[in-house]
Design a protein around this ligand. Structure first.
Ligand SMILES: [Zn+2]
Length: 100
């Protein structure tokens, strides 16, 4: 009866480690690193590392789309080069993507 608190506290510890490492899936540091940090340096330390890590969806990029021929360009142009060959002048629309 002396060690009756020992097994439940280990279970709570492991559950906390699993919860924090599951949250870290959407961070740059990744789930596996946070799992081991939480396991060996307490879940509180893992939570701090998880909070300090950058989100993994930082791949923002911009495209310039022609509304006439629906082609995306990576470089900004004054007007669409494809439409210019046909003799038309079409302004490009700025499209911003936030990928994961
Ligand atoms: Zn065009």
């Amino acid at each position: 009866m002396y060690y009756s608190w020992f097994l439940p506290s280990i279970l709570v510890y492991l559950i906390l480690v699993l919860i924090i490492s599951a949250f870290a899936n959407r961070r740059k540091i990744g789930r596996l690193k946070v799992f081991f940090i939480s396991l060996f340096f307490t879940p509180l330390m893992g939570f701090v590392i998880y909070k300090l890590s950058q989100p993994s969806y930082l791949q923002n990029f911009t495209r310039y789309r022609c509304p006439e021929c629906v082609v995306d360009f990576t470089e900004p142009h004054k007007d669409c080069p494809l439409c210019r060959k046909k003799g038309q002048h079409t302004r490009l629309i700025v499209v911003k993507y936030a990928g994961i």
